[in-house]
Design a protein around this ligand. Sequence first.
Ligand code: UD1
Length: 421
Amino acid sequence: MDKLVIEGGFPLEGEVCISGAKNAALPILISSLLSDEAVNLQNVPNLQDIETCIDLLSELGVSVNHQDNACFLKANDVNNFDAPYDLVKTMRASILVLGPLLAKHGEAKVSLPGGCAIGSRPVDIHIKGLELMGAKIIIDKGYISASTANLPNKKLQGCRIFMDQVTVGGTENLMMAAVLAEGITILENAAKEPEIVDLGNCLIKMGAIIEGLGTDKIKIQGVSSLKETSYKIMFDRIEAGTFMVAAAMTGGHVICNNVNPEEMESITQKVKESGAKVEVSENSISVTGNKKLESVKIITAPYPAFPTDMQAQFMALNVVAEGVSEITETIFENRFMHAQELIRMGAEIDIKQNTAITKGNNILTGTNVMATDLRASASLVLAALVANGKTTIERIYHLDRGYEKLEAKFNALGANIKRLN
Ligand code: UD1
């Protein structure tokens, strides 16, 4: 298994091109299931999760050609409606094939994702929404089996769905299902993340009729088929945020290119509060670290509030910054596993239920640490960049799921990161 060895103490300087967003690319790749026509995607990041998604789509019968950052998909010959446990367990977003398969083919069998490192993560809201659209759903032996055989024309029926909790995946699954349903579907208490807007914009380009993207009420008028499309995936907000925090922590100067600063507001504000200077232009954000780094108070919540996927990175910042601070996680129940590893590097962190209290001013020392989930791993990389000596991060397959060319990008900015096999 690969490891990263990071020598700390180098301020980052230079420009970095931010990749396409994993969390937009995954649902958009899956949306190809809704159409018989070609879907040509650009700015697809090369990541392990994207490979898993392509394996899953290929297994269902989609023809996929993925080269560099382009991906060509055609789903005119889908003949298998089962998403097996082996693929779903490695990537929870596999659950997103449920809505499209059901809407297009009238049947789907998808493994229940089960628990994961950051919490139980149920999919009850996805299932309840599809049931409200008329699907018959049976859960048996760890699989969700869904069918529209009982419905007029075997088509899902548009309806009003109030989602009990704001869910990104649930909103995406139901929005995709509604695109080919009969009549109008209204999703209330929908998630407003830019990645959902990106999926919606791609679907609109394919011929879907969708209003209210980016608000908590999305209205979808079902259509009978979709057309050929080319679409460029949006930038990765979390990758950009990770480089911004790295610039602030190392006291360096980094310009993140290919971003939309408007969609980075909650993160930009916290980087500013930490004392760094942030300048934005139309599609770049420049961060200049300040010698005096202040810790920041964070409460995670659905967009436009502060994203849970950036919480771990700010914990790394807080432990080396001045002052006591608090990070409160409101989305996932078990998302502080990076705290234990940061403590092994010398951080002082107290966990009280869903709040992590950081003491600040800690001098970190390099040691062996273990990546436990994707964003937790990113926080260990950030801590290692400012630690004294060498840090070895094991189980970095988590990082490879979500950060494209991580060490190449950091090293181009002056970091010293080596990958060992
Ligand atoms: C997506 C992102 C993930 C991010 C998360 C929250 C992708 C591929 N992943 O995950 O990086 O951390 O949004 O921004 O886009 N919930 C239920 N029932 C459901 C669905 C969700 O109770 O049916 C709960 C979850 O357990 C969690 C909360 O709702 O507590 C939010 O989860 P959700 O927004 O669905 O996260 P994902 O789509 O899995």
